[in-house]
Design a protein around this ligand. Structure first.
Ligand SMILES: Cc1ncc(COP(=O)(O)O)c(C=O)c1O
Length: 452
């Protein structure tokens, strides 16, 4: 039976749910990435590293809501903290005691940062960080890296996955709309830099040095590590020209106790956060120095004589009390040894995968760092968007679906979490070995260049 036939056989409830949902939701759900052919799973519950779908199938999770659940599903301490807050109320309409506690916990980890603001999502954290940089510098242009995702907002939803025939030269990429509806004026205000090419990126920064408000970069581009010197070069060039350097650590913060910046030794002006810091509830945050955050943020009632630029900030669900409580519970658990364990387990997955592919004579790229272990079906060394784009997507999709058939939920940017066990890893590597055997004839047909 083919991989897809087996998937359809195992998941009749998910198929039915998808067909019904399409009557009410465009393409059946509200997150574009959560569609895969022939239909996505409809999930019902999660606990620890396990997920259950509406058909009762159990799978080991290596997605964790796209890297969010660093302590796994329904961690007892997180649930307890959220329930305690729920019993006291959902949203209360004035500051709560938990908000500064979570802020303090974040600032303990981010070198040089002195103030935090919370948003309901990573997208909004990046919006506010960019607005802060624009207000601070009085300039409009921002730069982002090709292939980086910073959220669903016009100014940054650009050149995330541009078609290669529109992407322009590698060392000076075109800025390409990721979605329709992004105005031309917005497009003109976003410059695209090549990731992991320090010389070319700095040349572009130099060229636009008098117009640039900010350079925003994922210090680890989802699961793609920076090459030595790349972040340092961005730091040096932005500092030289008074351009604000924003590190989007919405995902990357999970790579170390002091975030990616602590692990990689480069400190930005503003850091944006999300995902893990909300304990599974909607969250975002941005953090910076008093110099950046305070003068622009002061309420008129507090400093009536201040005449400089103001940057007020509203949001009905900013610093949601349940999120603050759950996020605080997560950070309290995330002590340095937990990161060491995640590093070790991430390495076990990378080594295990490499061995399986080598033994099968398949030439694919296993990358990542810390808790990440992506497999890209290409013979190239993946170091940026363009090399990643050489990956064979059909094989990638078959691999994910076949693993779902075998009890493993591994898609997007595969990652282990703090409660992933050795048994989970051995089980999964065994299933991956079987899956690679099943895929071999498909690879021979669809992507023969991958066979050594
Ligand atoms: C690096 C990065 N930045 C920002 C975002 C946007 O965060 P959110 O989905 O919470 O708006 C994401 C989401 O996946 C992300 O991966």
């Amino acid at each position: 039976m083919s991989i897809l036939d087996e998937y359809v056989r195992q998941n009749p409830g998910s198929k039915e749910a998808y067909e019904q949902a399409q009557r009410f939701l465009p393409s059946g759900n509200t997150r574009t990435v959560l569609y895969w052919p022939p239909f996505p799973l409809c999930l019902r519950a999660g606990r620890g590293t396990r997920l259950w779908d509406v058909d009762g199938n159990e799978r080991i999770d290596f997605n964790f809501n796209n890297t969010t659940l660093i302590l796994g599903h329904n961690h007892p301490k997180v649930i307890e903290a959220a329930e305690e807050q729920l019993a006291r109320g959902t949203v209360l309409g004035a500051p709560t005691e938990t908000e500064p506690l979570l802020a303090e916990e974040l600032l303990r980890r981010l070198k040089g940062a002195e103030r935090v603001r919370f948003t309901p999502s990573g997208t909004e954290a990046n919006m506010q960080a960019i607005r802060t940089a624009r207000a601070y510098t009085g300039r409009d242009l921002i730069a982002k890296c090709e292939g980086a995702y910073h959220g669903s907002w016009d100014a940054i939803d650009i050149s995330v996955a541009p078609p290669l025939d529109q992407a322009g030269p590698r060392e000076a990429p075109n800025s390409v709309r990721q979605q329709a509806g992004i105005p031309e004026g917005v497009l003109r205000n976003t410059l695209t830099l090549p990731f992991n090419d320090a010389e070319a990126a700095v040349a572009l920064i130099e060229k636009h040095r008098d117009e640039l408000a900010a350079v925003i970069v994922e210090p680890v581009q989802r699961d793609l590590p920076p090459e030595p010197g790349f972040l340092e070069a961005l730091r040096e060039a932005t500092e030289r020209h008074g351009i604000v350097l924003i590190f989007d650590e919405v995902i990357a913060f999970r790579v170390g106790y002091h975030g990616a910046q602590g692990r990689l030794g480069v400190t930005p002006d503003i850091t944006t956060l999300g995902k893990v810091i909300g304990g599974g509830f909607p969250v975002g945050a941005y953090a910076s120095t008093e110099e950046f955050m305070e003068p622009l943020a002061i309420p008129e009632a507090k400093f009536p004589d201040y005449r400089g630029p103001r940057l007020g900030f509203s949001g009905t669900f900013n610093a949601h009390p349940v999120t603050m409580a759950a996020g605080l519970a997560v950070l309290k658990e995330l002590r340095p040894p937990v990161y060491d364990k995640m590093d070790r387990n991430g390495e076990k997955m990378r080594q295990g995968l490499t061995k399986i592919l080598d033994e099968a004579g398949i030439n694919a790229f296993v990358g990542g760092m810390a808790s990440f272990f992506p497999v890209i079906w290409t013979t190239e060394k993946v170091r940026d968007y363009r090399s990643a784009a050489t990956g064979d997507r059909t094989i990638s999709r078959y691999f994910s679906v076949d693993l779902m058939n075998r009890g493993v939920f591994l898609l997007g940017h595969p990652n282990i979490c703090a409660v992933t066990t050795n048994e989970d890893i051995s089980f999964t590597l065994d299933r991956i070995r079987k899956s690679v055997e099943t895929l071999a004839p498909i690879i021979e047909d669809e992507a023969p260049h991958l066979i050594e």
